[in-house]
Design a protein around this ligand. Structure first.
Ligand code: NAP
Length: 347
């Protein structure tokens, strides 16, 4: 098969990373069009995830989506060191990490970054994101009714202070690109107006039932590469992360019928749709057959234009990661976090 590998660092059934599509960020750097997610919630241990990272890189993944709050960067760092010792060049890898919400204070940003860098056993990162635009602490694993008594809304002046520290990390040569996550159009407009170093990527929830067409187009039009989280619709997330009315992408009749025609799992259709639409999906899995199938989805038979058109029509505007814990006032609704009226929700 054409995607079987000659590259000696790739396992026999893996995919040659040179064949995996790439996106180009504004610096000219290339980012693999699929990454491996590493948020195991409380379903999988850090050790299990680090093993998956190692094996996935051996199979041809070159892009890993990490974050300090996932609590496993020290284990992923060992995995990265091992695969690099086996011959995978650092320059082939794209490693992302994210600044957690309790480290937005300008004094905390660089130390928090340095901890991630140390844990990952690297001397630079390819991408560092501000994980959420809200500087609020909440413990991992809390349910949607939990609130931070000191919760603050988005205050652009404060966000820019955090951003300036990210810019400093670029100046220091410690990170190649900086970016955003969980942003909205009005917030991004302000950032684009005020940034000295532009965001290279925006990580956002994207799956067939949550296509965010306006934000997606805004990001692309502004030369920012969209990275799509929960690309399969996080089908097995914990109960506490579910709300009534959530829909299930991989049970959608359109997705299921395309999957049946191609003889693949519906998850694979979500991945193919994401890559062909132009976002970078970062599916999570610790199961070899799954993460290998997800990688193979990027190099095998593409969806037809008819398939793409049909999937464009099944958007349900169904946000799964609503962000309730970031609400800063009594009686607010989670929609307030997402500026759905086109303006930043006032404090
Ligand atoms: N920036 C942010 O705020 C943010 C927020 C959320 C997530 N993320 C990132 O995005 C990554 C992915 O999102 P996610 O974990 O929420 O959801 P996801 O990738 O949509 O769903 C992951 C689940 O899908 C199933 N799956 C994966 N590949 C499959 C396949 N080929 N066939 C069948 N089932 C498959 C697995 O379920 P089973 O394990 O049960 O088999 C897996 O646990 C995270 O790990 C994290 O890195 C970022």
């Amino acid at each position: 098969m054409s995607d079987q590998v000659q590259n000696t660092t790739i396992s026999g059934d893996g995919v040659d990373p040179r064949l995996v599509p790439k996106r180009t960020v504004y610096t000219g750097a290339q980012i693999p069009a699929i990454g491996l997610g590493t948020f195991g919630s409380d379903r999988f241990s850090g050790e299990t995830i680090a093993e998956a990272v190692k094996d996935a890189i051996r199979l041809g993944y070159r892009h890993i989506d990490c974050a300090a709050v996932y609590g496993n960067e020290h284990l992923i760092g060992q995995a990265l060191r091992e695969v690099m010792a086996e011959g995978v060049p650092r320059s082939e890898l794209w490693i992302t990490s994210k600044l957690w919400n309790d480290k937005h204070d300008e004094r905390d940003v660089i130390p928090a970054f340095e901890k991630s860098l140390r844990d990952l056993q690297l001397d630079y990162l390819d991408l560092y994101l501000i994980h959420w635009p809200f500087p609020n602490y909440h413990a991992p694993g809390v349910d949607i009714t939990s609130r931070d008594p000191n919760a603050k809304p988005y205050i652009h002046e404060n966000y820019m202070k955090t951003w300036r520290q990210l810019e400093k990390l670029v100046d220091m040569g410690l990170v190649r690109h900086i970016g955003t996550s969980n942003m909205t159009i009005p917030k991004l407009k302000l950032l684009l107006r005020d940034a000295r170093i532009r965001p290279a990527c925006n990580e956002m929830e994207l799956h067939p039932h949550f296509q965010q067409p306006e934000l997606f187009q805004f990001v692309v039009d502004n030369g920012i590469v969209p990275i799509g989280f929960s690309p399969i619709g996080a089908p097995n997330r914990p109960e506490r992360d579910r709300t009534p009315g959530d829909t299930v992408d991989i049970e959608d009749p359109v997705i299921v019928s395309i999957a049946e025609r191609l003889g693949v799992h519906p998850a694979i259709i979500c991945i193919k749709w994401a890559v062909q639409r132009g976002q970078i999906p970062i599916p999570f899995s610790v199961k070899r057959e799954q993460y290998l199938a997800n990688l193979r989805a990027t190099v095998s038979e593409p969806l037809t234009q008819e398939d793409m058109d049909a999937i464009a029509k099944i958007d349900r505007n169904c946000r799964l990661v609503k962000g309730h814990v970031f609400l800063w006032k009594e009686n607010q609704s989670w929609e307030d976090l997402w500026d759905i009226n086109g303006e930043i929700t006032p404090p």
